[in-house]
Design a binder for this molecule. Structure first.
Ligand code: SAH
Ligand code: SF4
Ligand code: F3S
Length: 466
């Protein structure tokens, strides 16, 4: 291989794309690629794309317009630039990308990242290449483990994919088509990856999957393990002080997961549990396979297991056929659960999904109006949740330097950014912070005593009572 080549990767969409982008960089590193933050200097540009809503997918084409100018400028300097599109848009509309965007050299689907070096070699021979196969081999067997150096550079928190794909086929969603059928990684592979991360200084791990609590990976001796059991095992890994997981489906919350929230102090007391709608009529049309009452029941059981648990969620407004009454039920659910935060989206018809061809598609004006009413309700609960943190003491994992000299930024157990004056040597430590001010986007606090000497199990205790 020739001298170092520069790689620029940009991620859109969910955390799995962030994870995959890092793995792509790891796969390419032994082939002489080093990452750069400047696309104009890159020899290889990868856009890791998202297809979840129309807006997300269209972003790719506007970004490709910008990249085309960079590629032309590089060509004038006699520097060839290779442009690749990866991720869910690549999977869903690979051929169309090649047709619409001549700037693109390579289209690579999420199941083919381990083949990137070979695909780049093929480019030299074939011109343009498309690889969106769902191969029989398991990509996780081939993906480079996160390297020690790379993980250290990437900080004290990390994502680990434990499950990929989805078998649920909610009627609005493209994920089962772009990511394929559910696959769980074996327990031993997950444990080995988290151990490597811990050895490289990572303190907080988020287990990720499109439907992460459908996890059913093979454990030692061949038994299938649930996510709850996997969390128990990962919590035993030395150095890992905090655990999270995302994204969960309400119908896949089982007793082992609820027990994990009760028994594992390392498991942070916040859970993203998308509900989409508060109306049973709409939930049925979405094929969510849970009712409003079922959702409320799960939340109550989780809160009984862990009293300080905060819930966040996702909502879709303007699903085909949603009436004013249906929407009203979404608002009353928001008020009933008191979410600590939520993402809300206007329904976006996605090609190939059943909801896209349902009668009674709603006009955009109704979606806009309902979105704004829903967001007002969510913002009110979020502001109240943040306001209640004033004067409280939290365990905060310090992640990086802040904007002002002497300031560090960390995260509360509830993922709120917390700004605090502290020595840079404390990055990677879990400290207790008393919250003295609540800003619109972050909390401000003062340092109590460092907690790093405490057992990992004790670090979350400071948050109790929030
Ligand atoms: N696996 C997760 C969701 C992944 S997609 C789950 O089961 O909940 C993230 C969010 O995008 C969804 O929760 C949903 O709120 C939103 N979303 C998905 N498809 C959408 C569509 N067609 N239009 C609008 N929002 C959508
Ligand atoms: Fe999409 Fe989530 Fe439904 Fe799967 S469970 S189809 S990822 S919304
Ligand atoms: Fe988007 Fe694909 Fe993730 S569609 S949300 S990048 S699974």
């Amino acid at each position: 291989m020739s001298g170092p080549r520069k790689l620029f990767v940009k991620s859109y969409g969910c955390q799995m794309n962030v994870y995959d982008s890092n793995r792509m960089a790891d796969v390419l590193a032994p082939h002489g690629f080093v990452e750069t933050a400047a696309p104009e200097d890159a020899d290889l540009v990868i856009l890791n794309t998202c297809h979840i809503r129309e807006k997300a997918a269209e972003k790719v084409y506007s970004e490709l317009g910008r990249i085309r100018k960079l590629k032309e400028a590089a060509a004038r300097d006699d520097r060839p630039m290779t442009v690749a599109v990866a991720g869910c848009v690549a999977q869903a509309e690979g051929e169309e990308i090649l047709r619409r965007a001549p700037v693109v050299d390579l289209v690579v689907g999420p199941q083919s990242y381990h083949r990137l070096p070979a695909l780049i070699d093929r480019l030299a021979r074939e011109g343009r290449v498309l690889d969106t196969e769902f191969p029989v081999e398991d990509k996780f067997d081939f993906l480079e483990p996160p390297s020690r150096a790379a993980t250290r550079a990437r900080g004290v928190t990390a994502f680990v994919t434990v499950q990929e794909g989805c078998d649920r086929f909610c009627t609005f969603c493209v994920v089962p088509y772009t990511r394929g059928a559910e696959v769980s990684r074996p327990v031993a592979q997950v444990v080995a990856e988290v151990e490597r991360l811990a050895a490289a200084g990572v303190r907080e791990v988020t287990l990720i999957g499109q439907n992460v609590n459908a996890y059913h990976g093979g454990g030692p001796g061949g038994a299938e393990w649930s996510l709850g059991r996997l969390l128990q095992r990962v919590a035993e890994i030395e150095g890992i002080a905090r655990l999270r997981y995302t994204t969960s489906h309400p119908a896949d919350v089982d007793d082992t997961l609820i027990a994990a929230h009760r028994d594992l102090p390392q498991l942070m007391p916040c859970l993203h549990l998308p509900v989409q709608s508060g109306s049973d009529r709409v939930l049925t049309a979405m094929k969510r396979r849970h009712t409003r009452a079922h959702y409320i029941d799960i939340v109550e059981r989780l809160r009984t297991a862990r009293a300080d648990l905060a819930l966040t969620s996702d909502f879709i407004v303007g699903f085909p056929g949603e009436t004013e009454q249906d929407f009203h039920e979404t608002i009353t659910l928001v008020d009933h659960i008191c979410f600590a935060g939520a993402f809300s989206f206007k329904y976006s018809p996605r090609p190939g999904t059943p909801a896209a061809v349902m009668a009674e598609q709603l006009p955009d004006a109704i979606k806009v109006e309902r979105l704004s009413r829903l967001q007002t309700a969510i913002d009110r609960h979020q502001a109240a949740f943040n306001a209640r943190t004033l004067g409280k003491t939290f365990s905060v994992l310090l992640e990086k330097s802040g904007r002002h000299p002497g300031q560090l930024v960390g995260r509360s157990p509830y993922l709120q950014p917390v700004q605090v004056m502290a020595a840079p040597a404390l990055i990677g430590e879990i400290v207790t912070v008393r919250i003295t001010e609540v800003g619109p986007n972050s909390l401000f606090g003062v340092l109590d005593e460092p907690l790093s000497a405490a057992r990992p199990g004790q670090t979350a205790l400071a948050a109790a009572g929030a």
